[in-house]
Structures are given as structure tokens and as C-alpha cells.
Write a protein of this length. Sequence first.
Length: 205
Amino acid sequence: MSAIAAPNVPTRPVLADALPGSRAVADAAAILGGVGLTALLAQVAFTIPPSPVPVTGQTLAVGLVGATLGARRGMASLVLYALLGLLLPIYAEGAHGWSVVWGASGGYIVGFVFAAGAIGWLAARGADRHVAAAFAAFVVGQLLVFAFGLAGLKIAVAESWGWTIHNGFSIFIVGGIIKALIGAAALPSAWRLVGRLDGIQRPRG
């Protein structure tokens, strides 16, 4: 009796693995840095009425955090962001507290964690090193955010699915494509920079 084994795709280092110093210290710094980046880009926000969900830079941050930190650290960073937002005004437009989590934006915040994990998993398999693959990884991550976000929005506002999809997804499509393009350009460029720095620090010959 024979079995067909699934191909074993080897994992690669992600950008955070290039950080110098103690691994524990570097990991902690990367996780906190991810929280800071997400909180910062969350304040780049505007609303498109009648949607109660603001357009923000958070999904760009989530993609960058997931890809640079990898799945485990990326998810930890977004979990920490979600928890700190219960106490500190770091959600979009300076919001905080349980009212946000249970409101129209709550599902999106939950989706951030899973999106970072998915993008981090793909990055550890080389998706962050090529433009097309990085773009696809960002698209996958954003679709996960919207999957959780739409479910949470539907529960919070009790509107029809047509209203929910339009105001919780359709109006964000153009912005999502722009964010994926930014990620697709930034990540391979970052790897090229890391390679040049490594070449300077470790000359051959």
C-alpha cells in the first residue's frame, strides 16, 4: 500500500531574522515594532459614508508585519496590538476599548491576526522575495481580513448582506490593490538592501 506524500516546501528566514543581537531581544523588539507600525498607520484614516468602517493604513501594516516577522511573531504582534487597543487609543482614528472590538470594526481587528499569520507563512516560503508572489500574499492576507471583517460588520449593524459587502468590502478594493502594490515593491527591495548590507559586513574572499 503506497501513499503520496505532500511536497515539503523548505522554510526560509524572514526579514526579522536579519536583526542583530540576542534572538529573544530581537524578537521582542520586532513584535513591539509591529505594534507601533500598525498603531501609526491606523491613524491614516478617513471614512466613506455610509460605511461605519474607516479606510486606514492598518492592512498595509498587517501585511508588512506578517511578512517581515513571519507567522508566529507576526500573529503575536497583532494580538498584542488588539489587546493594547482595549486600553490605549491606538485603533483607527484614536479609538480604543471594547466598544470598538464589539462594533463595526471588530471583525477586521480579529482578521488582522490571521492575515499576519498567513502572510508570514507565505513569506517563510519565499513569497516576500519576488514582486508577483508578494503581491499575491498581500491579496490573500487582505481577503482574510475582509472575511472576518464582513462577518463582524454584519453582526454589528444588522444590515443586508448587499449593504454589508458594499460598505465593508467593495469600497476598499482600490485601496487594497494599492496597499498590495506597495507591499510587493517594498519587500523584495528590503531583501536586496539586506543582501547588500550583508555583503558589506561579510566580504567574500
